[in-house]
Design a protein around this ligand. Structure first.
Ligand SMILES: [Zn+2]
Length: 211
């Protein structure tokens, strides 16, 4: 097993940490999650999950250690699929737990044209995740796609790799796009990763759905 990643001093709010653990449980089951928590010396979360509040108390390194240990347990391919599913499972919980600042009620938002929904929805998600963590999320409009960048990405924090591996974020973005696109699926590809030497993790999100 690889060395544990030391505490970073950067945090997600407790509620996001809690959502991460709940989504992991949905994907790998209660026993799988407990094993993962014990292996990463986070066993105290088994009985005392992160509180459901906005205090910045869930270290980025905790998320990174859980992710790294998933790869140790399930292998790179297995871990990739599980991380994508976990990320997807996080989206609905995030929307339930935080008000997505889209400026419309849900009904009015759904009536907007697709590209307008993306133009409002993608930066709104970035704003929430920046506001409630020490990460910085940004969505840059590139015409036919968005570059969605993350500084201080929790998934790859403290690690080095040959190829990008922040699949949890890719899954979260896929599910967000699918919600904004009313069930259509969109291509999300990680093009840069801090663990591979880039300044930030970057995900390319196509604006048109997969045909
Ligand atoms: Zn990353």
């Amino acid at each position: 097993m690889r060395n544990p990643i030391p505490p970073s001093g950067y945090y997600l709010c407790n509620r996001l940490g809690r959502i991460y653990l709940e989504s992991l449980e949905e994907t790998i089951g209660r026993n799988g999650l407990n094993a993962l928590l014990n292996l990463t010396e986070n066993g105290s979360y088994i009985d005392y999950p992160p509180p459901n509040d906005l205090h910045l108390g869930f270290d980025l390194a905790t998320a990174a250690n859980l992710n790294q240990t998933m790869e140790f347990i399930y292998g790179p391919r297995g871990a990739r699929g599980l991380a994508l599913r976990t990320g997807r499972a996080m989206y609905d919980r995030i929307v339930d737990a935080f008000d997505l600042p889209i400026g419309f009620n849900e009904f009015a938002f759904r009536l907007l044209p697709l590209h307008t929904r993306l133009k409002i929805g993608v930066p709104a998600l970035a704003r929430i995740l920046t506001q409630h963590s020490d990460q910085t999320h940004r969505a840059v409009d590139r015409g036919t796609y968005y570059d969605y960048s993350i500084e201080r990405c929790a998934v790859c924090w403290g690690q080095e790799a040959k190829t990008p591996f922040c699949h949890l974020v890719a899954g979260l973005l896929q599910e967000a796009l699918s919600a904004f696109g009313r069930g259509q699926e969109f291509r999300v590809v990680q093009t840069e990763c801090r663990a591979v030497g880039a300044a930030a993790c970057i995900f390319r999100i196509d604006k048109d759905p997969i045909a």
